[in-house]
Design a protein around this ligand. Structure first.
Ligand code: SF4
Length: 402
């Protein structure tokens, strides 16, 4: 996986044999990036490239950045963190708000206009509203969204809205307390439901129905797993309607961290739609998907919901997203095996122009389509074994922000 990121010329090879990690290599690093960019004849200062924001090798622009502000989480969801021990990113390696803001500006210069704040659990990052205010105030940024597990949302919903979060997604896989505890190893369902209700009252409640304008302001993400919660599709739809949220059913993905994943656990898009049709009538597909991961549907009663089918119907061809970890590694695909270290040049003295040129260059070289690659495999097994995850926490979904 992640062929896209592995063909970045000499840079990666240097990276893999760690020459870049030698203290005192800042200047060399700085010159190296300039040289690299110039060598590759891409957008180095004064270099000629195709006009306009860069497109990758599949003609995809970079519009959306998923920003992980921490790898820590206060839940242990079975499909993301099923293990007992985790290798956390050293706190000193985490980028501070000035560094994150500076990097976001570089991404804006190559076309990013949407930022989704993720984790781990983003609400664990102290002073987060301050960072959100800075992101929302950036002229190129049209949309700031956040994905949270909702545990700390009751206390923070209003502050998030005032800081500039326009859209909120809360993960909720069951309405049954015992099942919630079994899935997350925390007896905390009541707190999450209270958080969602607080967000709905705080102004995130969204108009539902096929004609509802724009993107849903409050969404609920449910990972559907065979033998676990496939019997709760309609109760969850009812709850979403009660709090004026739009629900997304997500196929159980074999991403890094899902060490207990198996194909038997996947409830497919087709099975989800068939189960809903049986009880609520035929869902009608809604137009206007664009690059969005979810396909949206309307029910005969006017309610709407979405399905994210990256296992059975991958949507890589329109993928305009990438992910930045809280310690400055840039992943161009959720399935990528290696990322691009932006922290080293950032802290090593690279100028804004050089950083932008590096991001521009690397995006133009991107060709990732991880979910399609996985879907083409004859035998599909877990992506990364637990032992390998301990050796490289960047392979974990909770580090790169789902
Ligand atoms: S797997 Fe996901 S992140 Fe990777 S290219 Fe496909 S849609 Fe994009």
């Amino acid at each position: 996986m992640g062929q896209g990121s592995s063909d970045h010329g000499t840079w990666n090879r240097n990276r893999s044999n760690n020459t870049l990690d030698q203290p005192g290599c800042a200047l060399a690093r700085k010159n190296h990036y300039v040289e690299l960019v110039v060598d590759q004849g891409t957008s180095a200062p004064g270099g000629e490239t195709a006009p306009g924001p860069p497109q990758d090798r599949l003609g995809r622009p970079l519009r959306s950045l998923r920003l992980s502000v921490t790898d820590r989480c206060n839940l242990r969801c079975r499909y993301c963190m099923p293990e007992t021990d985790y290798q956390w990113l050293p706190r000193g390696e985490l980028l501070d708000f000035d560094e994150l803001s500076r990097l976001i500006d570089r991404f804006c210069e190559v076309g990013v206009s949407r930022v989704r704040v993720t984790g781990g659990e983003p609400l664990l990052r102290r002073g987060l509203s301050k960072l959100i205010e800075r992101i929302a105030a950036k002229p190129p940024i049209r949309d700031v969204a956040m994905t949270t597990n909702g545990l700390l949302l009751r206390q923070q919903a209003t502050a998030l809205q005032e800081a500039g979060v326009a859209r909120l997604t809360v993960s909720l896989d069951t309405l049954q307390p015992k099942r919630f505890e079994a899935l997350t190893r925390r007896d905390a369902l009541a707190e999450v439901l209270a958080g969602i209700r607080a967000a709905s009252r705080a102004g995130f409640a969204c108009e539902s129905g096929p004609t509802a304008p724009g993107l849903a302001r409050l969404k609920i993400d449910t990972v559907v797993m065979q033998g676990i919660n496939e019997d709760e599709l309609c109760p969850l739809l009812d709850f979403a309607a009660e709090v004026s949220a739009e629900l997304r059913f997500i196929e159980y993905m074999d991403v890094g961290g899902a060490t207990r994943w198996s194909a038997d656990g996947v409830v497919t898009r087709a099975a989800i739609l068939a189960a809903i049709e049986q009880q609520l009538g035929t869902p009608t597909p809604l137009p206007g998907r664009g690059a969005a991961p979810a396909e949206r549907f309307a029910l005969p009663d006017g309610r709407t919901f979405g399905v994210v089918a990256s296992m059975t119907e991958p949507f890589c061809q329109a993928c305009d997203r990438s992910r930045l970890t809280s310690d400055g590694f840039w992943y161009q695909c959720l399935y990528a095996q290696s990322g691009i270290d932006l922290k080293t040049p950032l802290r090593g003295g690279a100028s804004d122009g050089e950083l932008t040129a590096l991001v521009d260059h690397c995006w133009r070289k991107r060709s990732d389509h991880g979910a399609e690659d996985r879907a083409s495999l004859e035998k599909r097994d877990t992506l990364v074994p637990a032992a390998a995850l301990r050796g490289n926490p960047h392979l974990e979904m909770h580090t790169r922000g789902g």
